[in-house]
Design a protein around this ligand. Structure first.
Ligand code: KG4
Ligand code: ZN
Length: 335
């Protein structure tokens, strides 16, 4: 008998639902919330309201595209955390109600684990990593290096002391007048710019820790100073600024991951999270010159998506690792 899992993701500003059959994706829908663009970042209250509007149509459509009846579902997996509490509450309450209505188990999922376990989605075009590996979760809210010994044996061995890597892209982009999220635009503009044109200082923090707040402040001071003598500095130099900033961020990441490889002697590096679709990161980590092997998820499984939540649900379903209705949403939820 095939196992059908419905995954529901609502940790930030994307409402997503997906149906997996034995680990294969039958549907994976994401409703993006355009509303945040005009505010230059995610507004939590607006995010929860939009989740509430989106969740029923997105789930209905995911089930209909999967071409199954909801009574065929074996379990519902939902994001318990980390994320915005109001957003998480919409997904968790909806999932609990649906599981009660259908009389099927509910499975809670850690969003950060899901970003890494997305690599185990059954897809003939994807090579699956083998354990142990170094997990690198890079997104708008997180920057972590994780020692992954097995599916559910993970330990954070390095993380950011302040801003996340995606937040750094987004906030520096905002300083240059780019809309939210600026990460993909910086990536695109960088292709036309000189990465060596400007130098930005790199943080001096412990072996596996990250810090991006100094880079962010340094970047702001630099563009403010240059704009005083040339009011068109940003527009004239936009591509070079993007390319130089991106190079600095990629170099910081590369240095830290190289440290992690030396310390752990593990040379499989597995990426997850929205920033892992950055083209400069992929190029640098996939280079033949590296002595390690890097794994990147398919584009649709990098940014927030419910297929990765359903995948963790499927793994836990096979272990009969079900949750109870008392387990609530957790805005902070360590891997
Ligand atoms: O994983 P995700 O969808 O949501 C969070 O859990 O945060 O990641 C979103 C982040 C945003 O900061 C966005 O700017 C960044 O991923 N991002 C990128 C690129 N595509 C998305 N950053 C750099 N280059 C990209 N190509
Ligand atoms: Zn995420």
């Amino acid at each position: 008998m095939p196992t059908y899992i419905l995954g529901i993701e609502s940790s930030c500003d994307d409402t997503s639902a997906s149906v997996l059959c034995d680990g294969k994706v039958l549907s994976n829908l994401v409703a993006n919330q355009e509303i945040h663009k005009s505010y230059g970042g995610v507004v939590p209250e607006l995010a929860s309201r939009a989740h509430q509007q989106n969740i029923i149509p997105v789930v209905n459509q995911a089930i209909s595209i999967a071409n199954i009846d909801k009574n065929q579902l074996n379990a519902i997996a939902y994001t318990r955390g980390p994320g915005l509490l109001g957003s998480l509450l919409i997904g968790s309450s909806f999932s609990k109600s649906l599981s009660l209505g259908l009389g099927i188990p509910i499975i809670e999922v850690n969003h950060m684990q899901a970003h890494l376990l997305a690599h185990f989605i059954e897809d003939c075009n994807l090579e699956k990593p083998t354990f142990p590996f170094i997990g690198v979760t890079i997104s708008g809210g997180h920057t972590q290096i994780v020692m992954v010994r097995d599916y559910f044996d993970m330990e954070v061995i390095g993380e950011t002391l302040d801003d996340a890597i995606g937040e750094t892209f987004d906030k520096c982009g905002k300083m240059m007048g780019l809309p939210y999220p600026a990460g993909p635009i910086i990536d695109k503009n960088s292709k036309l710019g000189d990465p060596l044109k400007f130098k930005f200082t790199k943080p001096k923090v412990g072996d596996l820790s990250f810090s991006f707040s100094g880079l962010k402040t340094g970047f702001l001071r630099f563009i403010e100073k240059e704009s005083k003598s040339n009011k068109d500095f940003i527009s004239n130099e936009l591509n070079n600024l993007c390319a130089s900033l991106q190079k600095t961020i990629v170099d910081i990441l590369f240095e830290k991951i190289t440290n992690a490889i030396k310390l752990t002697k593990i040379n499989n590096v597995v990426f997850g999270g929205g920033v892992s679709c950055n083209s400069a990161i992929i190029k640098k980590f996939k280079s033949d010159k590296n002595s390690f092997k890097a794994f990147f998820p398919k584009f649709e499984y990098t940014t927030d998506n419910a297929a990765m939540i359903a995948m963790v649900g499927y793994l836990k379903y096979n272990n009969r690792d079900f949750s109870n209705l008392e387990e609530g949403a957790k805005s902070r939820y360590q891997i």
